[in-house]
Ligand binder design. Structure first.
Ligand code: 13P
Length: 253
């Protein structure tokens, strides 16, 4: 944790969730009400189809919603794309960009991720820019260099803690039950903070929330959230169960 930063726990529902699952968000809102909400910010990034009804269901709570991706373009003949302005129109406050599943399955490169982050910022959304190395890259001792390159290519210049969140998600830890050691997380998050300092200036970099993501669950959250320069979590599978997501949130509080 960074003392001056209020942690953020964001749930990435990925391609899961129908209208019948909106009750999960309502249950999370009930659990966040009270002391917890003074200690930790929460966001849920459902599939685009649920953004509007989920935001509506969360009115009166302090839980934000976000998209899982956005187009780098404003509007026009781009079948299947969803613009950042559309996400904002549906009530989103965040947009995940550069998730490893987009980078791997959709061939998104750093320049695309950066353009998407800029599009999000232009629509007054806060992009959650994801970075992280593969298993091969870690085993080859290249994790720090890979993430540094992704940051340089993906983070819009001029961003501040109010307009940017960065998520470190080692690809090999996503959905696998594996997590890096706390020493590895500490090393990576310190390196990310230092690199952001070079890109954005030290003062801005000091206020950017750095989330850890990859197999976060209630049982390991306290340990991971206790690492310096970890300012919250980006949660996949465990965000689909209200009690698990709230357990992770409580570990930050
Ligand atoms: O990809 C993730 C969040 O964006 C992490 O997913 P899991 O928490 O399921 O490992």
């Amino acid at each position: 944790m960074t003392a001056s930063i209020k942690p953020l726990v964001a749930g990435n529902w990925k391609m899961n969730g129908l209208k019948t699952d909106l009750g999960i968000a309502a249950e999370i809102a009930r659990g966040h009400d009270g002391a917890l909400r003074t200690k930790v910010d929460l966001a849920i990034c459902p599939p685009a189809t649920l953004l509007y009804p989920m935001t509506a269901a969360l009115i009166g709570s302090r839980i934000a919603t976000g998209g899982q991706d956005c187009s780098l373009r404003d509007s026009g003949a781009f079948t299947g794309e969803v613009s950042a302005a559309m996400l904002a129109d549906a009530g989103a406050q965040y947009a995940i960009v550069g998730h490893s599943e987009r980078r791997t399955l959709h061939g998104e490169r750093d320049a695309t991720v950066k353009a998407k982050a800029q599009a999000a910022q232009a629509a007054l959304l806060v992009p959650i820019v994801c970075v992280g190395e593969t298993k091969d890259e870690r085993e080859a001792g290249k994790a720090l260099a890979v993430v540094k390159k992704q940051l340089r290519g993906s983070v819009p210049e001029g961003s501040t803690g109010a307009t940017l969140v960065v998520a470190y998600e080692p690809v090999w830890a996503i959905g696998t039950g594996l997590t890096p050691t706390t020493a590895d997380v500490a090393e990576m998050h310190a390196a990310i903070r230092a690199d952001l300092g070079r890109i954005l200036g030290k003062a801005a970099a000091a206020s950017v929330r750095l989330l850890y993501g990859g197999s976060v669950k209630p049982s390991n959250a306290a340990e991971l959230m206790g690492v310096s320069d970890v300012d919250g979590a980006l949660v996949g599978g465990a965000s689909l169960k209200a009690e698990d997501f709230l357990g992770i949130a409580r570990a930050c509080g």
